[in-house]
Design a protein around this ligand. Sequence first.
Ligand code: FEO
Length: 392
Amino acid sequence: MNKRLIRENIYWLGAVDWDRRLFDSLIPLPDGTSYNAYLIEGSEKTALLDTVDPPMEDVLMAQLKGISKIDYMVSHHAEQDHSGTIGRVLEKFPDARLVVTARAKTMLMDLLHIPEDKFLIVDDGQTLSLGDKTLKFIHTPWVHWPETMVTYLEEDRILFSCDFFGSHIATSDLYVTDQCRVYEAAKRYFAEIMMPFGSIIAKNLDKLRDYKIDMIAPSHGQIYDDPAWIIEAYGQWVNGPPKNLVVLPYVSMHGSTRQMVDYLTAALTEKGVRVELFDLPVTDIGKLAMSLVDAATVVVGTPTVLAGPHPAAAYATFLANALRPKTQFLSIIGSYGWGGKTVETLAGMIGNLKVEVIDPVLCKGRPKKDTLDALDNMADAIASKHKEQGLE
Ligand code: FEO
């Protein structure tokens, strides 16, 4: 992809990674991704905002051919998908100053061995003039690392937001063309990396309310030329109440736990509670993370194996604990053969979650009437608690 004009003297640069299917060796990328950098040519100075993931550095370097000078490189975030090509760019433009938060400076020195004399530290709210264009740096920590900031281009009212508001989509469309598709991808991205820092994200959103923003240019996915809806969506994700939804990640070895899952799903549905099931051995964990953004209740379904929860259920529980969703209620259902410590093991893995635990339902072998009655009681309890909270 060649560089593309956004506004007069403002360009998208970067690489579209059509084939990537996993990020951080953890996060599924069903639609690939992009690493967006931006070039701003002021009347006196030129700035490059972020770079690209190292495997695609040649793409960025080709786009920089013909650029005679870069005075400033702004690094919003030290993670290597945006910072990893800084060293190569500095080799070509050795006089460029690297504009960062104080925390990013130490991180980039550690991660990329950038020499100390290259850095220009900027405070929260500080501006930098490029002549006829002014960059204002807004510190937005924990989006999703501690050093993160965004840049507001005052004259053009463009927010360069890096990971904030980003979405993992590979596309040739520069701007959002399918709002539903981007909503889902952005929510997936929020759920996977930002949800654990929801309260700080809310403060960062509040900070941005002071700015008139005509466009948001993130470092993954498409540019928002009508950004109000994605700001509103983030507000809902971090500040909105959970929904009348039970998320039910489960695994079943011989069908008994699945029978319990199906029975509970039917009982909850009859009582007007929505349910989303995730068969863990084959599920896309990004989809599960997205559902956790909204779920008032999580019920983990697991057989007992090796005297504890199935490893797939333990993984999902560990992940949910790490993602810190707004979930209010949690329980466990499942079948065992002769004994074990499934409930105790899972209960020890949810220390981050501020949840009320609803009595688990475990049964020996195939569920009989007493187990099904207990699942009816569980459905009653969940429906009542959702109603008491006024969840929709
Ligand atoms: Fe897109 Fe946190 O890096």
